[in-house]
Design a protein around this ligand. Structure first.
Ligand code: GLA
Length: 668
C-alpha cells in the first residue's frame, strides 16, 4: 500500500488535535506536553473547512501552515484531514439543495456537522476541491504522514431522502436491475399490487403508512453506502493527484450499522477505526475485542489503526462513566494485541466550547496534575517499548460470519420476533469464544473460508444461494460449521428461499424446519437429554422451532416448550466435515467447546475466563480484566513492558497487562 507503515519507527500514539479552538500560545504548551507523553502522530484539521475556505474559492492556509511547521519542528507527524464532514455555513446557504432530508421528509438543520446530502453534486465538487487544495499545499510538508479523509462517513447522515438522492437512487437501480421488469421481479412487487410502471416511479423508502417493500429498503441502504464511498473516492483521487502518502478514513466498526464496511474495505490504504466503550456494559471489553477483530478482518488481516477511542468518559451516553484506573491502558493494548499499529484518541486537549466539552481527552480540563495525565504519559512509554510489535500479524483458526446486509435485513419490520437481533447472537457466540481464549476473524459468507478449522454463523438470516453453497463446500471439504437459528432464510432481495426453511442451508445442515415458535417476552425453554449423545441441560431464549432432521441427528432435544421432544441442537456429518445447528438462543459455550474439540482447535484450558490472551506475531498479550491476579502457563520469553524473564508461568496482576516477546521452547 502507498507509504505504509506510516511511522516506520514504531506504533503511532496521539489523537485528534484541534488547535484552532485555542489561542496560538497554547500550541507551544501542546507540543511540549505531546513530547512529554510520547505523542508522535496527531489527526489535524478535521473540522477546519470554514477556516481554510472562509468564502467560496477564497483560501486561508496561514494557521495550518504555522501549526504544521510547529509540529514538524517538534518531530510530531500529522494525519492531515480533509475537513469535509462539516461543510461551512456559506456552503449550506449557497447550495440549499445540498441539505440533508430525513426519512419523514424534514430538512435537517445546520449548526452541526454532517448536515449535507451525500448525493449532492455541489457537495461533491466542493469537497473534492478543498481536498485537492490541501494535498497540493501539504503533500511535501515534512509533518504530513498520511491523509485522513472526512470523518466517520455515514454516522450522522447515513441516508438522505431528498429529490436529488431519489434521482441518484433510480440511476443506481438501473445499474443494478437493468429495467423496471427486472426490478419488479427481484423485489416481488406483485405483493400488495406495488408494481412499478417505470423506474422513474420509484421513491426512496420514506415513511409510509405501514410495512414497506423490504427489498426497496435493502437496495436503498446499499445505494446509500455507495453514495458515501463515491464521495470518499473523489477526495482520494484529488489527493492522489499530488501525494502518494497513505489515505484513510475513520470507520466506526461495528457501531455504525448503516455502513457496510466489507464494501469499504478495498477503498482505503490502511483501515482505521473509531471505537468507544459502552461504559454501562460489564462486558464492554469483550465488545471492544470484537470490534478490533472485525476491524482487522475488514483490513484483510493486515495491521490497522485505532484512530479514535477515549481516555475516559465520552459525553453522548446516558451516563458517561469515567474509565477506572488501568482501563484505558487495557483498552489501548487490547487494540494493539488484535492488530492495531496505533493508539489514538479523541482528542488531545479537552474542548471548552460546543457539544463535546464533557468528553475526556489526553489532556483533561484538570491539566497535568491528574491521574489521567499520568496514565497518558505512562501509556506513551509502554507503546515505545512495544515498537517491535508494529506490522506483525494475528492469526486465527476460527471465523465468525458477519454480513452487514444480514444485520440490516433481520432487523427490518415484521419479522417473527422483535427479540431476534443480529448483534444479540453474534455477541453471544463471540463472547463464548473470547472466554475460551480463541482469537477469531470475521468473514463475509461468500469469502474464501477454506483456511479455518471452524466457522460460526450466529445470525445469517440473509444468505445468498451462492453463499449457502460456499458454506456447503466448506463443510464437504472438511470444515466445521456452526449455525444459529433463523439463518439462511432469505436471498439478497429478502425473498424466502424456495421450499422449507432454511432454504440456503437445508442441505448442509441436513434438516428442514416445519414451523417457527418464537417465545413470549422473557420466556425460556429447557434443553434436556436427547438425541444420540444426550444433553446436559441448559436453557434457550427467544426462539424455538420444529426441526425435522433429514440427514442430521439430534445432539440435544428441547425438554419443554412448543417443541418438547424435538431437536434443539443437531449435527450433520457431511463429506469430510460437520455442520451443527442450534434451534434456540442458547449460551453457546458448551456447543462451541464440543465443536472446537472435534475440530482440533487447541486453546489454553486453565486460564480464568477474565484473562484476555492473544498472540500477535511473536508477542503474547495477557490482559487481566479481573480484580484478582491471573496465572497463564506455557509462556516463555521476555516481558516487554516489565523487562522480566518468564519461563512458563506468568502471573498477571489485577487489572494489569503483561506482554511477552516469546522465544520458542527448547526441546527437553
Ligand atoms: C466521533 C467523532 C469525534 C468525536 C467523538 C466523540 O468518533 O469522530 O469527532 O465526536 O466521536 O466520542
Amino acid at each position: 500500500m502507498p507509504g505504509y507503515p506510516v511511522l516506520p519507527e514504531g506504533l503511532a500514539y496521539g489523537g485528534d488535535y484541534n488547535p484552532e479552538q485555542w489561542p496560538e500560545e497554547v500550541w507551544h504548551d501542546d507540543v511540549r506536553l505531546m513530547r512529554e507523553a510520547g505523542v508522535n502522530l496527531v489527526s489535524l484539521g478535521i473540522f477546519n473547512w470554514s477556516l481554510l475556505e472562509p468564502a467560496e474559492g477564497e483560501y486561508d492556509f496561514g494557521r495550518l501552515d504555522r501549526i504544521l511547521d510547529l509540529l514538524a519542528a517538534s518531530g510530531i507527524k500529522a494525519d492531515l484531514a480533509t475537513p469535509t464532514s462539516s461543510p461551512p455555513v456559506w456552503f449550506r446557504n449557497r447550495y440549499p439543495a445540498s441539505r440533508l432530508v430525513g426519512r419523514e421528509g424534514q430538512v435537517l438543520a445546520g449548526g452541526s456537522r454532517h448536515s449535507f446530502c451525500p448525493s449532492s453534486p455541489d457537495y461533491a465538487a466542493a469537497s473534492a476541491r478543498i481536498a485537492g487544495r490541501l494535498a497540493e499545499r501539504y503533500a511535501d510538508h515534512p509533518a504530513t504522514a498520511m491523509w485522513h479523509v472526512h470523518n466517520e462517513y455515514g454516522w450522522a447522515n447515513p441516508q438522505c431522502y431528498c429529490e436529488t438522492s431519489a434521482g441518484a437512487f433510480r440511476d443506481w437501480l438501473r445499474d443494478r436491475h437493468g429495467d423496471v421488469a427486472e426490478l419488479n421481479t427481484a423485489w416481488g412487487t406483485t405483493f400488495w399490487g406495488l408494481t412499478y410502471g417505470s423506474l422513474e416511479e420509484v421513491e426512496p423508502p420514506r415513511i409510509s403508512p405501514v410495512g414497506q417493500l423490504t427489498a426497496l429498503q435493502l437496495d436503498f441502504a446499499r445505494f446509500s453506502v455507495e453514495a458515501h464511498i463515491a464521495n470518499f473516492r473523489r477526495e482520494r483521487e484529488a489527493i492522489r493527484a499530488h501525494s502518494d502518502l497513505p489515505v484513510t478514513t475513520n470507520f466506526m466498526i461495528p457501531n455504525c450499522k448503516p455502513m457496510d464496511y466489507w464494501r469499504w474495505a478495498g477503498e482505503v490504504d490502511v483501515v482505521s477505526n473509531d471505537h468507544y466503550l459502552d461504559s454501562g456494559r460489564a462486558d464492554a471489553h469483550i465488545e471492544l475485542a470484537m470490534a478490533a477483530d472485525l476491524t482487522r478482518s475488514v483490513a484483510g488481516g493486515r495491521p490497522w489503526m485505532i484512530m479514535e477511542h477515549s481516555t475516559g468518559a465520552v459525553n453522548w451516553q446516558p451516563r458517561n462513566l469515567a474509565k477506572r484506573p488501568g482501563e484505558m491502558r487495557r483498552n489501548s493494548l487490547a487494540h494493539v494485541a488484535r492488530g492495531s499499529d496505533s493508539v489514538l484518541f479523541f482528542q488531545w486537549r479537552a474542548s471548552r466550547y460546543g457539544a463535546e466539552k464533557f468528553h475526556s481527552a489526553m489532556l483533561p480540563h484538570a491539566g497535568t496534575d491528574s491521574a489521567l495525565w499520568r496514565e497518558v504519559v505512562d501509556l506513551g512509554a509502554d507503546l515505545g517499548r512495544l515498537a517491535g510489535v508494529r506490522g506483525s500479524l494475528v492469526e486465527a483458526e476460527v471465523a465468525v460470519v458477519w454480513d452487514w446486509e444480514s444485520y440490516w435485513a433481520v432487523e427490518l419490520e415484521w419479522r417473527p420476533s422483535v427479540d431476534v437481533r443480529f448483534r444479540e447472537r453474534v455477541e453471544a457466540y463471540y463472547a463464548a469464544l473470547w472466554r475460551e481464549h480463541v482469537t477469531v476473524d470475521f468473514v463475509h459468507p461468500s469469502a474464501d473460508i477454506s483456511g479455518y478449522r471452524v466457522v460460526v454463523a450466529p445470525s445469517a438470516y440473509l444468505l445468498t444461494e451462492a453463499a449457502g453453497k460456499n458454506l456447503h463446500r466448506y463443510v464437504e471439504s472438511g470444515g466445521h460449521l456452526v449455525v444459529s437459528f433463523f439463518s439462511g432464510i432469505v436471498d439478497e432481495n429478502d425473498a424466502i428461499h424456495p421450499g422449507a426453511h432454511p432454504g440456503a442451508l437445508r442441505d448442509v445442515l441436513g434438516l428442514w424446519v416445519e414451523e417457527f415458535h418464537p417465545l413470549p417476552e422473557g420466556a425460556t425453554v429447557r434443553l434436556g437429554a436427547g438425541g444420540t449423545s444426550g444433553g446436559t441441560g441448559g436453557t434457550g431464549r427467544i426462539w424455538s422451532e420444529r426441526v425435522r432432521p433429514a440427514g442430521a441427528r439430534a445432539v440435544q432435544d428441547f425438554a419443554d416448550g412448543p417443541d418438547a421432544g424435538h431437536p434443539a441442537i443437531t449435527r450433520h456429518d457431511l463429506g469430510a466435515g460437520t455442520a451443527w445447528y442450534a434451534a434456540t438462543a442458547l449460551d453457546p459455550r458448551d456447543l462451541l467447546r464440543q465443536v472446537l474439540d472435534h475440530a482440533g482447535v487447541t486453546r489454553p484450558r486453565d486460564l480464568p475466563d477474565t484473562l484476555e490472551a492473544v498472540r500477535r506475531g511473536a508477542h503474547v498479550f495477557l490482559i487481566n480484566h479481573d480484580d484478582r491476579p491471573a496465572t497463564a502457563h506455557d509462556v516463555t520469553g521476555t516481558g516487554v513492558l516489565d523487562g522480566r524473564q518468564y519461563d512458563g508461568e506468568v502471573i498477571v496482576p489485577p487489572g494489569g497487562v503483561i506482554v511477552v516477546a516469546t522465544t520458542p521452547r527448547r526441546n527437553p
